[in-house]
Design a protein around this ligand. Structure first.
Ligand SMILES: [Zn+2]
Length: 270
């Protein structure tokens, strides 16, 4: 079973049933079912994009309610298009969920062995979800073109290995983001990939100065090179820019738009 749509109440989301079966809550939200006004309509979960905070908090409450998780058991990092990864513990529960001031600074990747839910925000950038069965840990990462060029997936897997896990055992999911159908980039971006990858088959030249970039394949390449098994990588292959009814898209809508949430949590069963 690969990625699947589910609906609870007014909330639609994508999930992976086989991860759920292992006791890992995983979800990627849509723009549908919230209270935010245009241009953040309606289920904007990002506090940092200029939306009315009251609306965002109402939306976040709906999101957490459907996962049956209190505000105090969620952690949010400040996303800066970097590749820092941080281990989150019990004490980080509640950070960044009600206000920006308490957000964990400058971390685009979060991992945990606790039951604190990890939440990150997306509107075209690639959500990477991780489950490490051998050390019972989960992770989430935000990889736009910069994070992808600098191999964010590898950084998360290095964190796992330092903690005693093995990449060969890792499960990784690549969620909705801008696809190779829509993501035009210029020579400067292409050059960053050429500097960091031996082969750049995920760049497709369109004219003298432009390429279509397949961020899904670039991330998958990084994961495979680090030892993740192909059968343990689930790519949803759903483009955010192509689906205005379901998703916000920075490339399509411009800077004033909302954010979907990526969500992962290790459900500790008694
Ligand atoms: Zn597309």
């Amino acid at each position: 079973m690969s990625w699947e749509w589910q609906k609870r109440g007014s909330i639609n989301y994508l999930t992976l049933p086989k991860w759920q079966a292992q006791g890992v809550d995983l979800g990627f939200s849509t723009r549908v079912g919230g209270v935010s006004q245009v241009p953040y309509d309606t289920f904007n979960l990002g506090l940092h994009v200029g939306d009315d905070p009251t609306a965002v908090l109402e939306n976040r409450e709906r999101w957490l309610d459907q996962w049956e998780v209190p505000w105090s058991r969620v952690a949010v990092g400040e996303q800066v298009h970097g590749t820092n990864v941080l281990w989150v513990g019990e004490e980080d529960g509640g950070r960044g969920i009600r206000e920006l001031e308490t957000t964990i600074p400058a971390v685009d990747g979060l991992v945990t062995q606790s039951d604190v839910g990890l939440m990150a925000f997306f509107a075209d950038c690639v959500p990477l979800f991780f489950y490490f069965p051998d050390i019972q840990a989960v992770g989430i990462a935000h990889a736009g073109w910069k994070g992808t060029a600098h191999k964010m997936g590898e950084k998360v897997l290095e964190c796992l290995e330092k903690a005693g896990g093995r990449s060969e055992n890792a499960w990784v999911a690549i969620g909705p983001s801008i696809g190779p159908c829509c993501y035009y980039v210029d020579e400067g971006v292409a050059e960053q990939f050429r500097e960091n990858f031996d082969e750049t088959q995920f760049l497709s030249r369109q004219d003298d100065k432009h390429y279509l970039l397949d961020l899904w394949e670039a991330n998958r390449t990084t994961l495979l090179q680090k030892g993740v098994l192909p059968e343990n990588i689930d790519v949803v292959a759903t483009c955010t820019a192509d689906n205005p009814g379901w998703f916000f898209s920075h490339r399509r809508d411009g800077a004033r738009t909302g954010r979907m949430a990526g969500w992962i949590r290790l459900v500790v069963r008694s």
